[in-house]
Design a protein around this ligand. Sequence first.
Ligand SMILES: Cc1ncc(COP(=O)(O)O)c(C=O)c1O
Length: 462
Amino acid sequence: MKEFMNIQDFPLIPTQPEAPKIITRLPGPRVRALTGRDRRVTSPSYTRDYPLVVDRAVGSVITDPDGNLFLDMTAGIAVTASGHSHPYVVQAIRRQAERCLHMSGTDFYYASQIELAERLVKSAPMKGKNRIFFTNSGAESIEAALKLARYHTGRQHVIAFIGAFHGRTYGAMSLGASKVIQSQGFKPLVPQISHVDYPNPYRPVGHEKNVTDHSMREIETVFRHKVSPREVAAIFVEAIQGEGGYIVPPDDFLPRLRELCSTHGIMLVCDEVQSGMGRTGTMWCIEHSGVEPDMITSAKGLASGLPLGALIARKKIMDWPYGSHASTFGGNPVSCAASLATLDLLEAGLMHNAKTVGGFLIKQLEAMYNEFEVIGDVRGRGLMAAIEFVKDRSSRDIFPEFRNQVVQECFHRGLLVLGCGESAIRFCPALTVSQRQIETAMAIVHDAIKKVQQRIKGAAAA
Ligand SMILES: Cc1ncc(COP(=O)(O)O)c(C=O)c1O
């Protein structure tokens, strides 16, 4: 075998063992020992909903230390775009690691960062010339966008949306409004941020039937009663609200937001940390709307599992001077190499797979919606899809206990899923996922829903 191989020498979708295959009671003995040790020394703030310990992983299959095989519909929270440990990405990491691990792109240059910058600025949904700033995470990309928007416009105020999640650092946390626990006890937050309702077609709020009208009117209300639009630096928006519940806004929302921002010289910042990197079948999710933002933020899938984030902005906007913003690790050479390999794989067919298998996933979820009244709706695009559980479809009262039990039932059957919003389950598998793996996952979700229904009926009858 040659030491390094070309992309053509690798299968686009690596061979994976059949999963799930559960051979112990869960959690097994090794997992119990490890989670016991973990509990004694790690922060209690982590949000582990079930005891999955990863020993090895390939594609969408995870093996735990007891030899149980799980089918993964989480991709490490929408991160491993090219699947767990894709051999082509692993090769790129090895190759770069042998040449140089770190030299700080803030003070020096290296080819992997330059090449990645060239490719990403070209891929951005903004026509014309763009520039990029590299970070290590989603939150840091958001911080960079917040700083740049204030610097470029000379304005202070920022508008963001209820339900949004932008990260855990102070600026990102202040822009978010997802769950109270995320900011409770940490206040005061960064000042000069107003939140308005995100247009949620599945759960309209306010009196207006048209949820876009409602959101736009809320922004107008901020302009009338709180700050002049001339004081607003940016509007931060997710093209699909991720942690908020995989909420797809109506088609007219992003174009109307664009128009409003253009009218008032406000920066439109699209947070693509979860929705970008091919997940929805296009490189960036905002492309579905035809809207060009002024900046996008990226992270998660950007390097298929290595820490890397980015802020991409129009060239004329990224006008901050020498020394005004930087990062020791951001754009690390090994992460950049992993990201370049990920881009190669997206272009070689993974983005197309996200579109086709994602379409299949949504059809399968719709079939389940037709069968189970407890599913209030099916949402999403490509491999960013969710179902929300409701007590009944007419009142649309949410049913978080049902959701939580389905997540647990899935785990015990060897399927890994995560919640999002208050009552939804999200499906954000690797872009390598196959139709067959989706069929297996759907059969397990189906069984899990039936089981929870029986349990709840039984408890009500008792
Ligand atoms: C849309 C969005 N923005 C930002 C973040 C924060 O990213 P990180 O956890 O890498 O800081 C997340 C994480 O879930 C996210 O979904």
